[in-house]
Design a protein around this ligand. Structure first.
Ligand code: SF4
Ligand code: SF4
Length: 242
């Protein structure tokens, strides 16, 4: 079994705005392109042009019709690793391959230590682990550690590829462990929520739920969003629990 750090200096993560995500898949393809050539490369594709196309994708966007979301609309729901504070995907790992960094809270896999047992995949309730059958090891979102600390990139590009690619600005990156950071302020202003908080994983990533049509004035307070939030998140919980 693998231990978690007692504390982390930062907790980097994403804030995803379900109100402005239009489901264009730009983040999905940017993630795939960057990571296929980067730290976790290569990411396989299975039957890419055939029926049942699949493969390793660290970020997937699902689309659903939901009656409680903003008065009835399609909700586009991006799903990737949430870099949880209490991730059982790490603690179940028998080899120490899965680990959480004390410096920035990012959850990673050391491929050299991974034996492909897939226990971490069973332990993740969010479906965020990706087993690469071509090499027999687990892979996952790294929050683009090879971008965010990359001194060769312009400062503005030192964000995860999904964040850089999003045309609507629906994805925000920063330190959610710092209450004064822009992402933490955004979560407070918009009443950002955890996915399945009852499980105790304490995901770093937060979701901003779709606003109802009447809530689209500049300032939206959390109580006004509560019926939409609770209905939508109950539905997301059911969807992820399948
Ligand atoms: Fe682990 Fe899943 Fe949480 Fe990511 S979302 S840290 S894979 S439990
Ligand atoms: Fe650890 Fe790899 Fe097994 Fe996952 S599949 S629990 S990372 S050894």
């Amino acid at each position: 079994m693998t231990c978690l750090p007692a504390r982390t200096d930062k907790q980097l993560g994403l804030v995803i705005d379900l109100d402005t995500c239009v489901g264009c898949q730009a983040c999905v393809t940017a993630c795939k392109a960057w990571n296929t050539g980067g730290h976790m490369a290569p990411l396989i594709d299975l039957q890419p042009y055939g029926a049942g196309a699949d493969g390793v994708w660290f970020n997937r966007v699902h689309a659903y019709e939901h009656e409680n979301a903003g008065g009835g609309r399609t909700v586009h729901f991006p799903r990737s690793c949430l870099h949880c504070a209490q991730p059982a995907c790490v603690t179940v790992c028998p080899t120490g391959a899965s680990y959480k960094r004390s410096s920035d809270g990012i959850v990673l896999v050391d491929e050299d230590k991974c034996i492909g047992c897939q226990l971490c995949s069973w332990a993740c309730p969010y479906g965020a682990r990706e087993f690469d059958t071509s090499v027999g090891v687990m892979k996952k979102c790294t929050l683009c550690i090879d971008r965010i600390y990359n001194q060769n990139l312009p400062v503005n590009d030192r964000v995860p590829a999904c964040v850089a690619a999003c045309p609507t600005g629906a994805r925000h990156f920063g330190d959610l462990g710092d209450p004064s950071s822009p992402v933490s302020q955004l979560v407070r202003e918009r009443g950002g929520v955890d996915l399945m908080p009852e499980l105790g994983y304490q995901p770093a990533n937060k979701y901003l739920v779709p606003r109802s049509h009447t809530d689209r004035a500049p300032a939206v307070d959390a109580p006004a969003m509560e019926p939409v939030a609770s209905g939508l998140l109950a539905w997301v919980d059911r969807m992820l629990s399948r």
